[in-house]
Design a protein around this ligand. Structure first.
Ligand code: GLN
Length: 441
């Protein structure tokens, strides 16, 4: 634990928002005492992990990498984190990310852009960039990111590690700062499918504090090692053919498909919505939901406030000064699509498209066990580029957001290339994506 804390402290990748030194050392001492006493040690006991800085952990900072919450301390602990604490894991760091999950590069943060683990001139990916880089550099054994539209899968891909967005509702969102509640998911990042399985099992389950959760059975190690049941895989033709996909990503993806075919799996081409439709649907709904969720941040109950003579003016100044440009862009956009005169035309259309996307997936999973796709159409951009071109950044989410809207379990499996392979299964079939990751090995 001491080693991890020192490595985190000295690291130059900007992954750390705050170190949990006292808490970690205290918990480590307790595990040492158990070992000295000859007690049995659980699988996760003593294992150091990182937490994206959007989770509550009582008494520690929860800044969402934002100026508004930079001095805010959690009043309680998130269910997912509490379950890991109960299993004996040791939180060592609150991790840098895009503010409130708004971004795909981990540059929208007051703590400095997260640098890519392989090439520090490139972005670490986002929004859970600090979490993915910490795992890639072995500063943590696993990290807990948050995935609304790709924020676990994309940085996992950019840094060559595993990252799972579980089925929506499998893990409680209680204590995860809400971005877009209808697609927010707690997601583990680690170096193997087996580690993901262990952490997923520890965090899953019904929680009375989050009514969208459902009970699930623990996934067994044997069952993800037995890969014989996978027969058919599909991929979206338009993702590889008609899109602004980098040549290297297309080649890597098609090579993966050939490899899978050569192992006796049947591969089908599938039709899907164009990626610009997926991106606009996702951003319409995500912006609407974040505008609503962040309306409580006016400097009264949470975070810092800039005072003015007039109360309403205080709210306005606090929000104008303390939210980032990207967050304000989303709040303004979200309030626009929800407002009278626009909501029928834009927001309701977004909801209808989301239903159509889910129906499309249901149809697909009658035909195939797994859907494969690249994680992103592009390789990681240089630090500085995404901030200049927000629309280009939104479009880079083209391959991840559809699966979020469908609330499906989907996993980034690193391929030793720049962005990895995205493996998706039908709802509640999280086991199958882990199985497929083992099949790919
Ligand atoms: N990049 C996407 C966005 O900015 C996804 C972010 C996320 O999953 N938190 O909305």
């Amino acid at each position: 634990i001491q080693e991890k804390l020192s490595a985190l402290k000295e690291n130059t990748y900007n992954t750390v928002n705050s170190l949990l030194t006292e808490l970690a050392l205290d918990r480590a001492a307790k595990v040492d005492a158990k070992i000295a006493n000859g007690d049995t040690i659980g699988l996760l006991e003593g294992i150091p992990f990182g937490i994206k800085d959007v989770y509550m952990l009582q008494g520690t900072y929860a800044t969402a990498s934002s100026d508004l919450l930079k001095n805010y301390k959690s009043a309680y602990t998130a269910t997912a984190i509490q379950k890991l604490l109960d299993a004996g894991a040791i939180p060592v760091v609150k991790e840098n990310c895009d503010s409130f999950g708004h971004g795909s590069s981990s540059e929208n943060t007051i703590f400095g852009a997260v640098k890519n683990a392989t090439n520090p001139e490139l972005v670490g990916g986002g929004s859970s960039g600090g979490s993915a880089v910490n795992v890639a550099k072995d500063y943590t054994v696993f990290s807990i990111g948050g995935d609304t539209g790709g924020s676990v899968r994309q940085p996992a891909g950019y840094n060559n590690v595993y990252g799972l967005k579980p089925t929506y509702g499998r893990i409680s969102r209680y204590g995860l700062m809400a971005y877009a509640s209808s697609t927010d998911c707690v997601g583990p990042i680690a170096k193997s499918a087996e580690d993901i399985r262990i952490v997923l099992n520890a965090m899953s389950g019904k929680d009375t504090k989050d009514q969208t959760t459902y009970p699930s059975e623990a996934i067994k190690q044997e069952s993800i090692l037995n890969t014989a049941s996978i027969k058919t895989v599909g991929y979206f033709k338009n993702f590889v053919e008609n899109e602004a996909i980098d040549a290297s990503i297309k080649t890597d993806f098609l090579m993966s498909i050939e490899k899978i075919k050569s192992k006796g799996i049947q591969v089908k081409e599938l039709d899907f919505f164009k990626s610009d439709i997926l991106v606009s649907t996702y951003y319409t709904l995500a912006m609407a939901e974040t505008a609503s969720n962040l309306s409580r941040l006016d400097g009264t109950n949470y975070g810092d406030r800039i005072d003015d003579k007039d109360l309403k003016e205080s709210y306005a100044i606090t929000r104008s000064e303390k939210f980032s440009e990207e967050t304000k862009r989303r709040i303004v956009g979200g309030n626009q699509v929800l407002s009278q005169g626009f909501s029928d035309e834009i927001y309701l259309k977004g909801l209808a498209l989301r239903d159509a996307i889910s129906e499309n997936f249901e149809k697909d999973f009658n035909e195939v066990d797994i859907i494969l796709s690249p994680v992103t159409p592009n390789t990681p951009p240089k630090i500085g580029d995404s901030l200049k071109a927000p629309l280009t950044m939104y479009l880079s989410d083209a391959y991840t957001v559809g699966f979020s809207l469908g609330q499906l379990p989907t996993l980034t499996v690193p391929q030793g290339t720049e962005t990895g392979l995205q493996v998706t299964a039908a709802k509640n079939n999280d086991e199958l994506v882990l199985k497929f990751a083992n099949f790919l090995k």
